[in-house]
Ligand binder design. Sequence first.
Ligand code: 7TS
Length: 421
Amino acid sequence: MRSNQDRTAEGRSPSRPFDVQKIRGDFPILKQRVHGKPLVYLDNAASAQKPQVVIDTLSRFYSTSYANIHRGIHWLSERATEAYESARVRIQRFLGAAEASEILFVRGATEAINLVAHSYGRTHVQAGDEILISTMEHHSNIVPWQILCEATGAVLRVIPISEEGELLLNEYEQLLTPKTKVVAIVHVSNVLGTINPIRRIVELAHRHHVPVLVDGAQAVPHLAVDVQALDCDFYAFSGHKLFGPTGVGVLYGKAALLEAMPPYQGGGHMIQSVTFEKTTYNNVPDRFEAGTPNIAGVVALGAAIDYLSDIGLEAITAYEGELLSYAMDRISKIAGVRLIGTAKDKAGVISFVVDGVHPHDLGTILDNDGIAIRAGHHCAQPLMSRFGVPATARASLAFYNTQEDIDALAAGIHKSIEFFR
Ligand code: 7TS
């Protein structure tokens, strides 16, 4: 894979040495106290915090450059359009896509997957066909395919996983048949942290001429992603988990596939001409961006990506890898803790259950000490069933977390065990 540093916008300085204290200073919310304690934010898989540069970009854009886009004519509209389209180019580089028009702006990973299930799915999937997903999918990569199956009579098939939370690739190979029409798979599990071998998954699917959609919502904050190296056909992610604003996300699609796909939503901007008799559609990406998009959100997502590229995804992956090892070691040593998700290739998501302590009670006790984690099924109920638990506690890391955060978490777990003893 190309290094992310090669991919930063021209003229940018190469990555600085990784200085977590300096990075923490970029995130104003981390200076807050919660219930009188310093905030320990370990709920990054739900949503990540925003650096000052993202907050400033939103404010500056609305203060100086805001108008509706793609309406030409006046200066402000041109300025806003330029900012919006320049974010598209930044994201193209960030993902290593061949063309900017392969980047579609949507509301988030959920909408990206629904777009593909609806537009690609309804054109290519028929009764008796099969859609292949895995046991570790988020509901947003299950339900859109079930809706497609209900509408078409297609069948959902599920790749099983091991006790460690790794995909069973042999079983995957067996499930790939001439009936398979789409493989939709998560890159990094939001519960287990497992990093799936996407390149290999794509290679096997392509032998059967089956396109692969990758749900990258939990991957892009942790790993350098190169869609051309992965050779995936679609790649989806959300801006808010990537230190950008809410309400904006990205669908990458290979140009040839997108160009052959019908619109997902109808409205302004996605048309070439409209009469009551017939409407012709715009080219890609405009065909898939009906109505006024989240203009400022897109621009600020561009700023988030510049910020990350300046730090360097390789540096982030290396730092988080060490922090994850430290955390797994500390938490696994606590008597009564069962870790769920121990794959060899794993990103900074730690799920666990504690004997005698309900995950929600643990979450409440931790919150009292200013520690934010998530407890519940994490929108992955079938995965909870696979591990025979109704819920887990989940601590999820970002590059601004520290060993002190993990120490605070470990102390909180001990405290909750004492409390319920
Ligand atoms: N895919 C994965 C792997 C996710 O983790 C999530 C959100 C989504 C898709 C959907 O993203 P959205 O931005 O469209 O909502 N995951 C979580 C989570 O783990 N806790 O809260 C949201």
